[in-house]
Design a protein around this ligand. Sequence first.
Ligand code: MN3
Length: 191
Amino acid sequence: MTLHHDKHHVTYVNNLNAALKSQSDTSSTRTESEQRELQAAISFNAGGHINHSLFWENLAPPKSSQTRESVAPKLKAALNHKWGSIDAFKEKFVELLLGIRGSGWGWLVYSGDSGDLEIITSKDQDIVPKGYKPLLGIDMWEHAYYLQYLNNKAGYVSSVWEIVNWEVVEGRFLHRLEEVLGSLHDLKAML
Ligand code: MN3
């Protein structure tokens, strides 16, 4: 996770800054395809930064008090209501995580449309679509697990529960992230 944070996440931030700098450089002229490429780089790296920021925040050191599901009573009740039990929710979540082809993310989200919890995945560094509030995000890029788990994707996914910060996830569920996310989408639209 240290390498993931210090090398991989940093790369998104550096690449985003470089792309934004290049975009703001009005002295250079770009062809249409160069402009499209620059826009794609901005979107990809901004997504990478947003997704990883959400990810680090919803993790905590193993065995710390935040990793106890009991610190998320409201969310726990909602998960039980939706999936029958926390274990059944985890099973479904893991199934979707392991079904991701290539690189992407798994998310427990609150859908504004259905007014219900849902599990969704996003490709590459796409952020969750508008109308969805991410509660818990798990990085399913190979760089998230290859050092510790090699090709054992399932091992990574089953261990990740030991470091989920349920306190943060509960906080997001209780709407604290709503404004932040609204502004993230606005921000990304402006880039
Ligand atoms: Mn990553």
